[in-house]
Design a binder for this molecule. Structure first.
Ligand code: SF4
Length: 370
């Protein structure tokens, strides 16, 4: 369900190619081959032609994979496919891997309206970057940011990772300081989770112990606050006015189009995953691997799961408008119990976690599940 049953105002497009494979990654991608990417673009053209996309979009996000691993003419074709939908867009983001951007591509992104970049920085440490299978250095990230800024794309977010095998607190601190010296507008910091189907999983690597991970997280939150970044979501920190509008749509549990091989979307109470298998996608563009009809109760719970990740919490008016009942009518017992324990609070028309509740968000959510 979407607020007021409006069509989605956000669109995510997945580019399923990367130049190489990072050791921790389980996103949908295959190693870039020019010919395959050409065939994927043909299939994508067909999918977009078939999909009913309302052009009144507010945010567009091209993720992956690595959108900029496409060669110049292919990137141009991709951006042209989206041109009809971006005239009113406020935030148009492209994910970028530092080693795949050049002058021409930066100019192309700008010419088609991209106004935000999300770059994988991950760590400043050469040994950790090598371990992760990353082919760039911290300096490459700086050059990439300079190139984007020279071409007028100034709203830049960096992704960093912590709890990496062998990473010490000092290495993490140096990474964060190095990243900040490049003056990003936004930072996302994710702790390593190891999935079985990744290089790390197959090689038997493990993240750091829980206590070290918690210490790292605590330091990150404290240090970034001191440096003027607002933590507005569990893993996300922004300078004033630079919160990710696209990701906020996810956390507000708004609908969004998911386009291309490996993308997921949610429209009118239906969640869908488009096939991750490139061959299947080429044969049947837009083919949905799973389609889940979400019950009203599922949607309430997912609204909670996403909304409580935000520092601002969930708007109680939006909840009532969306589901036709008040939050207390839906979750009165858990609400009372968690409020009494000092884990959630209602303030200024929103329900949010207290700092103590935020630190144990999963346990808070379990109580709502019960
Ligand atoms: S982390 Fe990004 S660049 Fe690395 S393999 Fe995954 S999608 Fe590709």
């Amino acid at each position: 369900m979407n607020r007021n049953n409006r069509p989605p105002e956000s669109l995510y497009l997945h580019v399923p190619f990367c130049r190489s494979v990072c050791a921790y990654c389980d996103f949908t991608h295959t190693v870039y081959r020019r010919e395959n990417a050409g065939r994927w673009l043909d299939a994508l053209t067909e999918e977009i032609r078939m999909r009913k996309i309302d052009p009144a979009l507010k945010t567009v996000y091209i993720g992956g994979g690595t959108p900029t691993c496409l060669e110049h003419s292919q990137l141009e074709r991709l951006l042209e496919l989206l041109d009809p939908y971006v005239s009113g867009v406020q935030e148009y983001t492209a994910e970028i891997n530092p080693e795949t951007l050049d002058e021409e591509k930066a100019a192309l992104l700008k010419a088609h309206g991209v106004n935000r970049a999300s770059i994988g920085f991950q760590s400043h440490d050469p040994g950790l970057l090598r371990l992760m299978g990353r082919k760039h250095s911290a300096e490459d990230v700086r050059s990439c940011m300079d190139l984007l800024r020279d071409h007028g794309i100034r709203n830049i977010s960096l992704d960093l990772m912590y709890s990496l095998p062998g990473q010490t607190m000092e290495i993490l601190q140096e990474s964060v300081r190095t990243a900040l010296s490049f003056e990003p507008d936004h930072l996302s910091l994710y702790s390593l989770t190891i999935e079985e189907n990744t290089v790390f999983g197959r090689k038997g690597y493990a993240p750091l112990d829980e206590e070290t991970e918690a210490d790292m997280y605590e330091w990150i939150c404290r240090y970034l606050a001191e440096q003027g970044f607002e933590q507005y979501e569990i893993s996300n920190f922004a300078r004033e006015g630079k919160k990710s509008q696209h990701n906020l749509a996810y956390w507000h549990y708004d609908d969004f189009y998911g386009i291309s091989c490996g993308a997921s979307g949610k429209e009118n109470g239906i969640r869908y995953d488009i096939t991750k298998n490139l061959k299947e996608y080429l044969e049947e563009p837009g083919r949905r691997e799973t389609v889940t009809e979400l019950s009203e109760r599922d949607q309430m719970m997912e609204t909670l799961m996403m909304g409580l990740r935000l520092k601002e919490g969930i708007s109680l008016d939006v909840f009532r408008e969306r589901f036709g009942i008040t939050f207390s009518e839906a979750y009165g017992e858990a609400e009372q119990s968690l409020t009494a324990k000092g884990l959630i609070e209602c303030r200024d028309g929103s329900l949010r976690c207290t700092p103590r509740g935020y630190a144990i968000l999963n346990s808070v959510l379990v109580e709502f599940l019960d």
